[in-house]
Structures are given as C-alpha cells and as structure tokens.
Design a protein around this ligand. Structure first.
Ligand code: MGD
Ligand code: MGD
Ligand code: MO
Length: 767
C-alpha cells in the first residue's frame, strides 16, 4: 500500500484521447508482453470480416472497416492475450496459494497465460497439474452428488455464442437456471428497462444511424477508454456539425477532444476534434432529475410554439399512434419543480434549457449511455427516462435516431440471445424440451446478487465460472471472500490467473482455455466462432495466433468435457460432435432460434454482421400495450437508500485506461493524469480545502451503509479533480469492499457501483 503511494505521480492530463499518447501506450504494452503481435499483421485482422473479433469491448464492427479497425484498448487486450509469458505447473510448485493471495491483480494476471489444468492440493496449499480426464471425472462426480438447484453456472461476457449455448444447455440439463452473467453487474438495467418500454431488451441503433443523426445525447459512458472505436463515428459526426451533449460528473478526456491516431495528417498537425459541444457535470445518480428537466424544458418550448401558432415541438402523430402513458408522464413532468430538479441533478435550469433547445431543434437524436446510468439504485428508471426523452419527438425507429446502450464485454449481449439467463421466461424452454427430449427446469435461477446471497448463506455446493473474476467484480468483498472459501467446489475456466483462483473453494480446479484470437484446431479442422456486438449484429471470428500451449482446450471442449462427465448420456445432445465441428453447434442454435439464426453457417461472415431482428427499430413494439411505454419516475433521488449524514460524500467507481475490468494492464491512468498507483480518490479542490486534505494525502473511505457492517478501504491518495463538489471517484475493483450487497438497482439488481455514500477520513485517524 505504502509502496503504491510512493509510486504515485500526478500530472495534468492535457492531451486529447488518441494522439501520440495512444501510440506510445500500445508500443509499451506490446514490448512489455513480448506479444505475438511482433507480427503486427495480427492487429490488421482485428474486427475484419475475415479476421477475429476483438476481445475488448462490444462496439459495432463496420462492413467497410478502416484499414486499422482497432484502438489503443483493443491493441492492449490483444497483446495481453497473445503475450509470450506462460505460467505452468513449475510456477505453482514455487508458490503456495496463500502466498499468492498477497499479490496484486496486475501481478497475478501479469504472469502470463495458464497452460495446464490445475487442482488445489490442501496438504501443500499448492495448485498441482492434473490431467484433463481426471479433472473432468472429479468435477463430474462432485456435481452429480450436489444439490442440483443450488449449483451456480456463472459466465463473463466474452465466451462465444457457440460456447454460451452449450453452457446454458449444460446448466438446464443438469437441473437449474442458475446462469448469472457479468451482465447482471452491467447492462441488466438496460435489458429490464428496454424490454418494458420498447419491447426489446437491446438498443435500436446501428452504425449507419451515427452517419445520419443530427444530435447525440451522451450519458455516463467513457468512450475514449471503454469503446474508443466509437470515437471514429463521433468524430465524423462532429465534422458534419452534429451536436454532442454530454452528461458526466467527470470531464473525461475522450469526451472532450480526440486526435485520430490512424490519420497521419491529424497526428502530424496535432489537430484535435472537440467532441462534446455541451458538457454537463451531473451529480452521480442525478440523471433522472436531469432528464426530467430536459423534458420539462421541451414541454415549455412546445407550449410556446403552440401559443405562437408555430410547428409543434412534440411529435403528436407519433405520440398518438405509437406510445402509451403519455398523459401521465406529461402531468408528472409539469408537476415536478425546477428546485427539485436542480438539487438532485446538480445542474442549473438554464443549462438544461440550453440542452433541451438543441434537442427540440434536431431532426434525429441518438441517446447513448453506459454504466453511469445503469449502476444505480434507480438504474432501470434512468434508462426508462432516456426512452421518455426520445419518445417525445419520435426519436426511436427512424434513421439517425434511437437508443444506444454501449455494452461492455465483447459478447455479453449475445450470451443472453442464446440462453444464458436466469429468467426462465427469456429462454425457449419448450423448444429445448422438444429438441433435446428432457424436462427443462422452470424455476427462476439466481442472478449475480442472488448467487452472492446464497454463497453468503453457505448454500452453494459448487460454483462453475466460464471466465471472469466473479469474486473481484462483485460488491461486499470482505464477507464474500470469507464465504467463498467455504464453497465445496469451485471451477474456473480461464486464460489467466486471477484473485478468484487464489481465493478458492474447498476443492478447486483451474481449467485453462484457448483465447478467441488463437487458432482452434479440432477433429473437423480449424474452427471459427461467432459473437453479437452492441448493435445486435452477429459476426464470425477466426483465431489467427498459435495457441499459447498445446495442452489448452477450447471453451466448447471444456464445457463438453464437464457435461459428459456430469450428465446422463443423451443421444440428442452430441457434445463430442459439436466440439469436432462448431458448424454443428450453429445448426443446433439455428434450430432453437430459427427467427434469429436461420442459415447461421452461411450468414456468419456477412460484412458488418447480420442483424438480430429488433422490432422497436421498425416501430413494432412487443410490449403489453403494443405501443412504446412512457414511464413515470418513482422518485428523483439519486441514492434513495444510502442517506448518510451531512459529512458523507458520494463515491462512484470508474475504470482507467490501464485496465479491462479486473484485468489491470498497468497502474497508470493517462487520461486522468495519474501514474504509478490506482489507490487514489479524485476530489474537488474546494472539498479538499474544506476538509484540510493536501494533494497526495492518504485517506480512508468508510461505508455509510448504516447496517452495522464495517466496510472500509484505506491508503487512498487524494487527487484534486474537476468533479462536482460533494462527490468523489475511485477505481473499480479497488473500491468494491465499500459496496453493500443490498445496494443494487431496484428491478435489475445491478450493484449500484456509481453512488456509494462514504465518510472520508485521514488514514490513521480514529474511526
Ligand atoms: N479499455 C477498457 N474497455 C472496456 C472495459 C474496461 O474496463 N477497459 N470494460 C468493458 C465493460 S464490461 C463495460 S460495461 C464498459 C464500461 O464502460 P463505461 O460505461 O464507460 O464504464 P465506466 O468506466 O464504469 O464509466 C462510466 C462513466 O460514467 C460516468 N458516471 C459515473 N456516475 C455517473 C452518473 O451518475 N451519471 C452519469 N451521467 N455519468 C456517470 C463516469 O464518470 C464514467 O465516465 O466498457 C467495456 N470496455
Ligand atoms: N465497483 C464496480 N464493480 C463492478 C463494475 C464497476 O463499474 N464498478 N463493473 C461491473 C461490470 S460492468 C462487469 S462486466 C463486471 C466484470 O466481471 P467479470 O466479467 O467477471 O470480470 P473480468 O475482469 O472481465 O474477468 C477477467 C478474467 O477473465 C478471464 N478471461 C479472459 N479472457 C478469457 C477467455 O477468453 N475465456 C475465459 N474462459 N476466460 C477469460 C481471465 O482469467 C481474467 O482474469 O464487473 C462489475 N463490477
Ligand atoms: Mo460490463
């Protein structure tokens, strides 16, 4: 900890996103990982129709790609996966698992790619190599004897459609719908809100809409770090004079300006494109209030137009023909006072009126958003508010307009499409019954928060993880780590060593797999897989790098191995045939979901992907009323349940450009000007002065949950930042011990990682 604080360097971050900084970062990580990218030919195939889908974010992959359709973040992710570093059985002979617990996230993953299946040996406290056959047989034996309704099958959103389909089937044939997904911590608020309001749980927008839009409203998404390829669309839009109106508590570099590192002219001239035309530093959790303000101002403009006999601002024919609940919504907005809107959003009425004027004058508007909206107590309501705003002027289901959630993991949306869901009503259970001749379980399964609750109650006999770092990603770290050690069996299918492997169950296996960038050779030859991007387009992906080790199995092979060792033989589920030829898995997927996946094998290489049908994109509303639904917000409060005293500050957790979720590439955050340490807390200068904190001073954050559970994170250095007063920001996952498990979005149960009330104390001072 003190080492971290000593390493900390703070420099003003003035450079644009992209630019030379980006080039330098990529060169550094390529060198550091001694990556297979020495042949940087590999990067040229990233996100190309005949290449592989990047393992970083889920942003859309164009039909006519740029020559270099990758970004700094994608190049880092590729270098991290194709690293030449390896960690084999000899490494684990040298280190006990208890010893490894003291290592940082960066040190654990930084050892390189796992190469051999491992089983924890209690006597020596070491992971020891085990054969695949033994691992599968032992896991199968333990699963057969376990309480079937309580075993959890987690997945992180990277695994392909093929693997995910097999994994969902494994859980259901085994006997439950316990299929929590990283999406439960991420865009589940989107899935719930959009399903309810527009009848499809996904966005309505495709890349072409960015080329046709007049205006973009951009809420709580850090494009420069988390989906940088979208900067191309934003830059092109800005060049056409499109207004980009941003709502974000932090002034994020990528939302301020961008230099395209792939344009020699821009790089040499140092020219930057200013991205946001308005930047509103909303209070965390204040978006519902801010959008109420926008809608209120739109109604006022409409009133004025009516009074003047001018064309109305509201799209009345759309409202009448296509929406339900408008009158109630209008009444709620008119009844809502500006004082409350200003107090809860932290924004001034004039600022919101300025933004609303742009909205009212634009022909086609996009609503783009990320974790800043979904990870709140009112996360579902926040998303429904964007829909409300868009509906007022018919901005869904026409070119250049629509709602655009920016998904996280590269196939997180697709996993839901092929049955990774704990909600039985979202899976085609009758179809599975017919196709495979078994009785699928009909009870609701556990989502992420419910799985944590069951683990805390010591009820989960086995936890299988298809990728990810569950224990590090979830809230309530301290209680969860203690409970985790008591799970009878934990199985981790992974590429790299992480914290969730060194904190493990009573029996523990690590099963190392091929990454998506690697050539996947099976009996039927080299195999390809598919993924679905943020815009519901489905793409083929062909691995191109030599596998990290010949001992690795592919994800489909590992899932099949567990299935064959655990389930009774069923001639209709041909696990081995599927592994031999993934085309046969796609045929099975097409049979289960003919509307989406007909002719799957033929269509998977369509340039730009083939699109899953999204009714709302064509104004077909699969809602109860058959129309798009307006929603009246329950409350404006950003954080209704965590009311601390006047001394509390509202913390939100963010990602740096040196990480992919819990994968920490480096301790630097170039865009925020912080180097050498992630143990920092960003604070407004006035708050620092008021509390007497100097730059770099160490503080301890203490949870203000009021439930008697002690939650704290200490040794964080204070960094002055342009952030609303009364709020502070820190990094995910370092701040996760501060989030109570019960502090989650009301309907979607997404942990509310963007508004955590805490007390800030000088480290070492008495509690
Ligand atoms: N390089 C890289 N790429 C990634 C990831 C990564 O870790 N690294 N992670 C992937 C995953 S799984 C995901 S889900 C996405 C995440 O991508 P984002 O959605 O960008 O996620 P965050 O970094 O958590 O930051 C969200 C943004 O919301 C802002 N914010 C916080 N609270 C509020 C609020 O109340 N209102 C508003 N309007 N804004 C707020 C923060 O300042 C921040 O800019 O990125 C994906 N891509
Ligand atoms: N406080 C706070 N908490 C958060 C968030 C936040 O913003 N704030 N964000 C939430 C969000 S949006 C998400 S999506 C979750 C992320 O939660 P997860 O998806 O569970 O976590 P990751 O860090 O993405 O998982 C990294 C691990 O995945 C494994 N891996 C990498 N590639 C592969 C592969 O190809 N196959 C397999 N089998 N394994 C692989 C590696 O072993 C690596 O260590 O965290 C959530 N937690
Ligand atoms: Mo995510």
């Amino acid at each position: 900890m003190s080492k971290d604080a000593d390493n900390l360097r703070i420099k003003p971050a003035t450079m644009p996103a992209g630019g030379w900084g980006s080039v330098g970062e990529v060169a550094h990580i390529l060198f550091d990982q001694r990556a297979a990218l020495k042949d940087s030919a590999l990067l040229l195939k990233q996100n190309k129709t005949d290449g592989y889908a990047c393992v970083s974010c889920a942003w859309a992959k164009p039909a006519n790609p740029h020559p270099f359709e990758f970004c700094e973040s994608g190049a880092k992710a590729t270098a991290w996966e194709t690293t030449s570093k390896r960690i084999g059985a000899d490494f684990f002979e040298r280190h006990t698992v208890t010893e490894l617990e003291a290592w940082s996230d960066h040190e654990l993953e930084g050892q390189g790619r796992l190469t051999t299946p491992l089983r924890w040996d209690a006597a020596s406290d070491k992971y020891r190599a085990v054969s695949w056959e033994t691992a599968f047989a032992e896991i199968g034996a333990q699963l057969k004897a376990a309480a079937r309704d309580k075993v959890v099958f987690y997945s992180s959103g990277r695994a392909s459609l093929e693997t995910s389909y097999m994994y969902g089937l494994l859980a259901r044939m085994y006997g439950n719908n316990n299929l929590p997904d990283s999406s439960n911590m991420c865009h589940e608020s989107t899935s719930v809100a959009l399903q309810k309001t527009i009848g499809d749980g996904v966005g309505t927008v495709v890349l072409d809409d960015f080329a046709q839009t007049d205006c973009i409203f951009f809420f709580g998404q850090n494009v420069g770090v988390n989906s940088p390829r979208m900067l191309h669309q934003l830059q092109e839009a800005r060049r056409r004079g499109v207004q980009i109106i941003t709502f974000n508590p932090l002034r994020e570099r990528g939302l301020v300006s961008f230099t395209n590192p792939q344009s020699p002219a821009e790089m040499l001239s140092g020219s930057e494109t200013a991205i946001s035309t308005q930047y509103h530093q909303v209070k965390p959790g204040g978006d519902t209030a801010a959008i109420m303000g926008l809608c209120k101002a739109v109604f006022a403009l409409d009133d004025a137009a009516l009074a003047e006999g001018e064309q109305r601002v509201l799209d009345m024919s759309f409202l009448t023909e296509h929406t339900h609940g408008f009158a109630d919504f209008e009444a709620a907005v008119r009844a809502c006072g500006w004082d409350a809107i200003e107090a809860e959003s932290g924004l001034k009425r004039v600022a919101l009126e300025r933004a609303a004027a742009v909205y009212a004058g634009a022909g086609a508007v996009l609503g783009v958003y990320g974790m800043g909206l979904t990870q709140h107590r009112n996360g579902v309501q926040n998303v429904a508010m964007i829909v409300n705003l868009l509906l007022l002027r018919g901005n869904i289901g026409k070119p250049g307009a629509g709602v655009c959630p920016v998904r996280g993991h590269s196939n997180v949306q697709g996993q839901r499409t092929v049955g990774i869901t704990e909600k039985p009503e979202l899976a085609p259970l009758d179809k599975l019954k017919e196709q495979y001749g078994f009785e699928p379980p009909r009870d609701k399964g556990m989502n992420t928060v419910e799985a944590c609750e069951a683990i805390l109650a010591r009820q989960v006999p086995a936890f299988i993880a298809l990728g990810g770092n569950f224990l590090r990603a979830v809230p309530e770290t301290v209680l969860m780590e203690a409970a985790w050690r008591e799970i009878p069996l934990t199985v981790q299918i992974a590429t790299k060593l992480n914290r969730n492997h060194v904190i493990h169950g009573k029996a523990s296996y690590i099963l190392p797999c091929l990454g998506r960038i690697e050539i996947d050779r099976q009996r039927g030859g080299e195999q390809s897989v598919t993924i679905e991007d943020s815009t519901a387009c489905i793409h083929g992906s062909r691995g191109m790098a030599e596998p990290a080790a010949h001992t690795l199995l592919s994800e489909p092979a590992i899932v099949a191995g567990i299935a064959q060792a655990t389930l009774d033989a069923n001639p209709r589920a041909d696990w081995q045939g599927w592994v031999d030829d993934y085309g046969r898995i796609r045929e099975a997927i097409a049979e289960t979901y003919p509307d989406i996946f007909h002719d799957f094998n033929a269509r998977m290489w369509t340039p730009g992907g083939f699109r899953k049908p999204v009714g709302a994109a064509h104004r077909v509303w699969k809602t109860e009323s058959g129309k798009a639904e307006f929603t009246v917000p329950e409350e404006l409060q950003g954080n209704p349940d965590l009311k601390g005293g006047p001394a509390t500050m509202r913390l939100f957790t963010v990602r740096s450009d040196g990480q992919f979720n819990t994968t920490i590439y480096s301790h630097d955050d170039r865009f925020r000007g912080v180097y050498g340490s992630r143990r920092v807390v960003f604070m407004h200068r006035a708050d620092m002065a008021e509390r007497g904190f100097a730059q770099g001073e160490l503080v301890t954050l203490r949870g203000a949950g009021g439930d008697g559970v002690a939650r704290e994170v200490g040794g964080l250095a204070v960094v002055p930042y342009d952030i609303p007063q009364g709020t502070i920001a820190g990094y995910f996952p370092e701040c996760n011990p501060l989030i109570p498990l019960w502090h989650h979005a009301k309907e979607s149960k997404v942990p509310a990682a963007k508004a955590i009330d805490v007390l800030v104390e000088r480290s070492g001072s008495a509690a």
